[in-house]
Design a protein around this ligand. Structure first.
Ligand code: FES
Ligand code: MG
Length: 579
């Protein structure tokens, strides 16, 4: 503790002076029943809470916060819990992605403007993890992630069903006449039967794994089920640790290095993680000033075996993943094969990622498979480029059909999501299993918010014939729980005048995931003339002032969909007094 006193507490700028300002800052806090000694040189720890009853995945967070507080108090800190904008994936329309940046602004300004020395980030539902990491990274304070944990396995008709993944599967089955509407509806209650986030390797679980792989959480944070008492022990231990981090001045910038992002990209491949991670990691890195390119995903992620056998790519759910050894087990498997790019990357507990995981037990080889028996030999995310996506597009091979990963087919074009919904059910639609479904205007500006509509359901008449997958291309995202040979994040998007905007029915499109190519088979002259004809786009219809700000300032998918003016680290210098 001798080192301890070298750190000048940021909160002392509020509470540490015997003058008018100190009086005001302390006095109003005292209306909560806080005694004098709590203001005497104790680290003030913010608990940034995304609790909301409208974000069901995070609805148990007040209880988690209570356990974090116990840890903070035990370690000699003083906890202050505060709410931030809660992005609930299931309820928020038009998409929770629209408000990820808004939440990040809330987090950044709340941290910088308030008396706190460090922050615990309570995250769960998909966008809450990147939003809070983005905001905290822009302040560069000591920060630790505590996730809410996944729901227990879904149960329906005697089988395990996975969040989201079951919805897509059952919906296709009911459309194909394989199950009744009654069976479809009755799965609702069985799928979500406990507190927590989606129990598949969807975006929430992926981002929880990313937070752990980046070193921003304690080991095992990603997978402990929400209702498992060990989740609350981890919350308590995180509370203890964040106080120590203040004294060690262990800021996010020491953890969120380029090396940490490279480790996370490798881990994403090993877990069969969501394509959304490409956008979120870029946005977080951007806040920290770490350069991260789409090509990093090819260089580090591609050809890494996917060894975690979880839905949507595989068979199991997050509950089994934790019981099998969780993310530390995966890191051990990777590290033993020298597949962790940077074993010495520092994590929030003060140890390296490899020190934390080199002896991690693995209890079930079916769930965390050995590297020589992978679920997919060459996992990761395929980055595609070509005249249809000059600034890139992505595809998740582990969710795709191998036989479609090299494919040439005739485009069936939808101008937007409404047009798709109208047209896809048309029994006379000129489409067969070899067609390529192309949808426009679902990107960051076009939707707006880049909704998860890229995994377009197949034409009912083809489903009835037993067709299970087709190549689909759009500037949208897809849920991490979804699957199929789906090309996403085409950049620039159609609404920003990207070449996607000029695809017409009957054009031939070539996809080659192995070569990383996405090509519209028309001549350069034809492409130029169609783009010229396209001309200026009409202004996009908006429903709110925030949507206007979003459309005006959002960056494209390859840049992480942050706002241009939010990229970068602005630090945590104490602002001027308010009086
Ligand atoms: Fe919240 Fe999936 S909807 S985690
Ligand atoms: Mg999701």
């Amino acid at each position: 503790m001798s080192e301890t006193k070298k750190v000048r507490l940021r909160s002392a700028e509020w509470f540490g002076t015997a003058d008018k300002n100190g009086f005001m800052y302390r006095s109003w806090m005292k209306n909560q029943g806080i005694p004098d000694h709590e203001f005497q040189g104790k680290p003030i720890i913010g608990i940034c809470n995304t609790w909301s009853e409208l974000t069901p995945c995070n609805a148990h967070f007040r209880k988690i916060a209570e356990h974090v507080k116990r840890g903070i108090l035990e370690a000699g800190g003083f906890p202050v819990e505060f709410p931030v904008f809660s992005n609930g994936e299931s309820n928020l329309r038009p998409t929770a992605m629209l408000t990820r940046n808004l939440a990040s602004i809330d987090v950044e300004e709340s941290i910088r403007g308030n008396p706190m020395d460090a922050v615990v980030l309570l995250v769960g539902c998909d966008k809450t993890t990147p939003a809070l990491l983005m905001g905290a990274a822009s302040c560069d304070v000591p920060a630790i992630v505590v996730s809410g944990g996944p729901m227990l396995n879904g149960k329906h008709e005697g089988k395990d069903i996975g969040s989201g993944t079951a919805v897509w599967q059952l919906h296709e089955a009911v459309k194909a006449g394989q199950i009744t509407m009654h069976q479809f509806m009755s799965a609702e209650s069985g799928m979500s039967r406990s507190a927590g986030t989606c129990n598949t390797m969807g975006t929430a679980s992926t981002m929880a794994c990313m937070a752990e792989a980046l070193g921003t959480s304690l080991p095992h944070n990603a997978a402990i089920p929400a209702v498992d008492s060990r989740r609350y022990v981890l919350a308590h231990m995180s509370g203890i640790r964040i106080v120590e981090m203040v004294w060690e001045d262990l800021r996010l910038s020491k953890v969120l290095t380029k090396e940490a992002f490279e480790n996370a990209i490798r881990v994403n491949a090993a877990i069969g993680g969501s394509t959304n991670a490409v956008i979120h990691l870029k946005a977080i890195a951007g806040r920290m000033g770490v350069p991260l390119e789409l090509e990093d995903w090819t260089r580090i992620g591609r050809e890494t075996p996917t060894i975690v056998d979880l839905m949507p790519s595989g068979r199991f759910l997050m509950e089994e993943f934790y019981y099998a050894g969780g993310l530390p087990g995966v890191l051990r498997r990777l590290g033993e094969a020298n597949l962790i790019p940077h074993k010495d990357a520092l994590t929030v507990n003060g140890k390296s990622i490899w020190e934390n995981t080199s002896a991690a037990p693995i209890y079930n080889d079916e769930v965390i498979r050995p590297l020589d028996k992978p679920l997919i030999a060459d996992g990761g995310i395929s980055i595609l480029r070509g005249n249809l996506a000059p600034r890139g597009a992505v595809l998740k091979p582990s969710a795709a059909s191998p036989e479609l990963m090299q494919h040439r087919g005739k485009a069936v074009v939808f101008e937007n999501f409404d047009h798709y919904k109208q047209r896809i059910v048309d029994p006379d639609l000129d489409v067969d299993a070899s067609s390529v479904l192309v949808m426009k205007n679902c990107g960051p500006k076009g939707y707006p918010g880049m909704a998860e509509v890229g995994n377009m359901g197949l034409p009912p008449k083809l489903l009835a014939q037993g067709v299970k997958d087709m190549v689909r291309i759009s500037d949208a995202r897809m849920s991490g729980t979804a699957y199929g040979t789906v090309v996403l994040h085409v950049a620039p998007e159609a609404a920003a005048g990207g070449p996607l905007a000029i695809v017409q029915d009957g054009d031939y499109v070539e996809l080659d995931c192995h070569a990383g190519r996405l090509h519209l088979d028309i001549s350069d002259e034809e492409m130029a003339s169609r783009l010229k004809q396209l001309g200026e786009q009409p202004p996009l219809p908006i429903q709110s002032g925030y949507q206007q700000l979003y459309i005006d300032r959002v960056l494209q998918a390859d840049e992480g969909c942050d706002f241009d003016f939010l990229v970068g680290c602005r630090g945590s210098a104490v602002p001027k007094h308010s009086h």
